[in-house]
Design a binder for this molecule. Structure first.
Ligand SMILES: Nc1ncnc2c1ncn2[C@@H]1O[C@H](COP(=O)(O)OP(=O)(O)OP(=O)(O)O)[C@@H](O)[C@H]1O
Length: 346
């Protein structure tokens, strides 16, 4: 068990407010991703759970026990940082075992845990090297190894993959996820990369200006964004947010309904370029970007320009008239407060 609960957690430094009354429940053995733009309070949240910062208000509980007054070492938590925080003059084995020697774990027990962690992380052949002789991915695994030998059930990670190249980052995502599941760890993981969040999380906590904007599974977050902010933050290319004038797309005669909606959301992948004889809406291609698998078109309808994600092989010249179609069930509507409003489609 390692249930983490934050109740009304707030944090300010003088006039700077990083967090405002954050409520969060992270279930045991789940992968929770704190996601959001720079400065939204992700690292601060993680550091408060770890005990590296003290909350100005509110409480933090781990397995029902209030931990606000406990120093980091007594919280049963391991941490992995972006810069790995490895000691350059120590070998891989010494780096992994560092915390154990500090805590005076008997030598035989340390050796056993080290061998297990090295085996699990594919580091067995590298134990005598120093960090400077390792690739970024290997250094990342050493940092993970140090967290694993501590046998903490909670592991906090702050952008641990951001120093790796794109391919390695993708590989490490699935390795981390697999490891978390195999060991039944509760992981709280900070990133500003929505693709990383979507691919690894059981639960995504989207933060915005120190508050929870939405907390949901990746599927729910994509299918039913709670606000315009959430709608734009999840998915690439970002969702189209189209201004409505009395239920019509601004500057056009295209009616889309939805009483009281100020804006309609439509994902680029929900829009199809159809044959001129099929039902749809007339638009004009004003720009495009070919990405191999996809062709991203920018199409003007009335005074709005929509991003459309078409299949790569489709060829449409810029300047050409096109007919666009979408299913009513793929539309999202938002009110003047920016929040999702109930529609026929839900
Ligand atoms: N020690 C500090 N003193 C004063 N302000 C701070 C301190 N640490 C963080 N802040 C401020 O608190 C806010 C939240 O910072 P935090 O590091 O939690 O954001 P973040 O979402 O992790 O951002 P990033 O993705 O850029 O790391 C920011 O406005 C930041 O400037």
């Amino acid at each position: 068990m390692s249930l983490i609960e934050l109740d009304g957690v707030a944090k300010s430094w003088g006039a700077t407010t990083a967090l405002r009354a954050l409520h969060l429940r992270i279930e045991p053995a789940t992968f929770c991703v704190l996601l959001g733009p720079s400065g939204c309070g992700k690292s601060t949240t993680l550091r408060i759970i770890a005990g590296l910062e003290t909350a100005t208000e509110g409480s933090v509980r781990i397995d029902g026990r209030e931990v606000g007054h406990l120093p980091p070492a007594q919280r049963g938590i391991a941490m992995v940082f972006q810069n790995y925080a490895l000691f350059p003059h120590l070998t891989v084995a010494q780096n992994i075992g560092f915390g154990l020697s500090v805590r005076k774990v008997p030598a035989a027990e340390s050796a056993k845990r080290l061998a297990e962690a090295a085996q699990l992380l594919g580091l067995t052949g590298l134990l005598d090297r120093r960090p400077g002789q390792l690739s970024g991915g290997q250094q990342q695994r050493v940092a993970l190894g140090r967290a694993l030998v501590a046998q903490a059930k909670v592991c906090l990670m702050d952008e641990p993959l951001s120093n790796l190249d794109a391919q390695l980052r993708q590989e490490m995502r699935s390795e981390l996820r697999e490891l978390q599941q195999r060991l039944g760890l509760t992981v709280v993981y900070v990133t500003h990369d929505q693709a990383e969040a979507m691919s690894m999380a059981d639960q995504v906590v989207l933060l915005h200006q120190g508050q929870v904007e939405q907390c949901a599974t990746p599927r729910e977050m994509y299918a039913r964004p709670a606000s315009r902010f959430a709608a734009r933050f999840i998915g690439t290319p970002a969702m189209n947010l189209i201004s409505l004038e009395h239920g019509r797309i601004a500057g056009s005669d295209v009616g889309v309904g939805a009483d009281g909606a100020r804006c309609m959301g439509l994902r680029p992948e929900a829009i199809a370029v159809v044959n001129a004889s099929q039902p749809g809406f007339d638009a004009q291609v004003v720009g495009q970007e070919y990405l191999g698998a996809d062709l991203v078109l920018r199409c003007r309808i009335g005074s709005e320009v929509l991003t459309v994600r078409a299949p790569g092989p489709q060829q449409v010249p810029t300047g050409a008239p096109v007919r666009l179609a979408w299913h009513a069930g793929d539309t999202h509507f938002f009110g003047s407060d920016g929040l999702r409003i109930a529609t026929r489609a839900g």
